[in-house]
Design a protein around this ligand. Structure first.
Ligand SMILES: NC(=O)c1ccc[n+]([C@@H]2O[C@H](COP(=O)([O-])OP(=O)(O)OC[C@H]3O[C@@H](n4cnc5c(N)ncnc54)[C@H](O)[C@@H]3O)[C@@H](O)[C@H]2O)c1
Length: 394
């Protein structure tokens, strides 16, 4: 454990929202010797009790339990607040923590609306000594790092296009499992805002500044949700590159995630977080058919770390180890007084691009991402495209 003057060691963490992902954050922090989970926050006391039991069973001290973030901040002794609540509460709670003087980790998406996210960004800019990171754990996947490095080194030549497919399946029971799921107010969208935002964020990391979006959405395979289970979009980037984006939670059977990136001198494909194809002209030995995937895949895999807990119990086993890697980066950012790997601006750009998709689908027009960030569309409600089975507009 490294120490920095004025920065406690270990850092004391409050996990806010103790559901599926809050439990993972507590587990990841418990595995990091530089983090101590000292507080759990959830209005549902059963949730805080279950996570506290899990930490104690893992040999950690019992954290204090609170019903609201305000109570936990009032009690004091917290250095980092981790926001793991339903998405529509992210930016507001993050702002509360920031203003109380703590560092903040916010689960994806940064929020469901631009206004609170922008407010958080402006408040954070006025507090440069506090780290605010947005979870986008797949940026820490060895496959994503390998592709990003190749792009940064120019190994794919001029980047021309990308294809992002999030072909997932979520049951009706999944949406019925929480009152907030599938609502505009708290989930903020469906297949793209909740599930596809991971892949969209990688797309933006790889291709750079998104300029505008043309999109359609539909709700075709689920009931009792307000939001889309199919989103299709064309994204144009400042470089001139074009990407197609398809995000669905009604692909049966689940085909997983596939992200292709193409340039004049190379291409890469990531499938289910693994690099399955890589070819750059610079490494050819005059043989066009040479397959470089194995080397790059090997190099990427060498950096990979897998969770070590009981696979039946462990959320780390379920979600992979990249949350742990991102938390390690947050700790390093705090200690080294530097920006985290995934910043608030990154989170805002991903959120604005998702909102641009929904706005384009709602308004039937091309939407500029910068206009979304700047507030041109503030207050405009989005809706899901017409349900073709009933013909009734959603
Ligand atoms: N990074 C990932 O891979 C990943 C995976 C799953 C979920 N998530 C994100 O995590 C967030 C939570 O998802 P989940 O599946 O854990 O949901 P969940 O419903 O399982 O848990 C949410 C918890 O937050 C609590 N809560 C609600 N309002 C609160 C408040 N004001 N203060 C404290 N606690 C509050 C609820 O009682 C509940 O226990 C969502 O934004 C989701 O997008 C990220």
């Amino acid at each position: 454990m490294s120490t920095t003057p004025g920065v406690p060691a270990p850092l004391r963490v409050a996990v806010v929202g103790c559901g599926v992902i809050g439990r993972l954050h507590a587990e990841v922090a418990a595995q990091n010797g530089d983090l101590d989970v000292v507080a759990l926050v959830d209005p549902n006391p059963d949730r805080t009790a279950a996570v506290a039991d899990q930490l104690v069973a893992a040999g950690r001290p019992a954290p204090r339990r609170f019903g609201s973030l305000g109570e936990a901040l009032e009690a004091g002794g917290v250095d980092v607040v981790s926001i793991c609540t339903p998405s529509g509460e992210h930016a507001g709670l993050a702002l509360e923590a920031l203003e109380a003087g703590t560092h903040v980790v916010v689960e994806k998406p940064l929020d469901v609306a631009i206004e609170p996210a922008r407010k958080l960004r402006d408040a954070a800019a006025a507090r440069p000594d506090q780290v605010v990171a947005v979870i986008s754990q797949h940026r820490h996947d060895p496959s994503a790092i390998a592709v990003h490095r190749a792009l940064e080194a120019g190994r794919f030549g001029r980047v021309t296009s990308a294809v992002a497919n999030v072909d997932w399946y979520r049951t009706q029971e999944y949406y019925d499992s929480g009152a907030w799921r599938g609502t505009w107010a708290l989930d903020g969208g469906g297949a793209l805002m909740n599930q596809g935002v991971h892949t969209l964020d990688l797309l933006l990391w790889f291709l750079g500044e998104p300029v505008d979006v043309v999109a359609s959405t539909a709700r075709l395979g689920h009931e009792r949700i307000e939001v889309e289970d199919v989103a299709v979009a064309i994204v144009r980037f400042a470089s001139g590159a074009l990407a197609t984006l398809h995000a669905s939670t009604t692909v049966y059977p689940d085909l997983g995630v596939r992200l292709q990136v193409h340039g004049t001198d190379g291409s890469a494909v990531i499938e289910a977080d693994e690099l399955t194809f890589f070819h750059a002209r610079d490494a050819e030995d005059g043989d066009w058919t040479a397959d470089q995937s194995a080397d790059e895949i090997g190099a990427a895999a060498a950096g990979s770390v897998r969770g070590a807990l009981d696979p039946q119990e462990s959320h780390v086993a379920q979600y992979g180890s990249s949350h742990g890697t991102q938390w390690a980066d947050v700790v390093a950012a705090i200690r080294e007084r530097r920006a985290p790997w995934v910043t608030l601006d990154d989170g805002l750009r991903a959120l604005a691009t998702v909102r641009a998709v929904y706005l384009s689908a709602t308004l039937g027009e091309r939407v500029r991402v910068a206009d979304v960030v700047d507030g041109r569309y503030d207050g405009i409600a989005t809706r899901t495209g017409e349900d073709v089975r009933t013909g009734v507009p959603a």
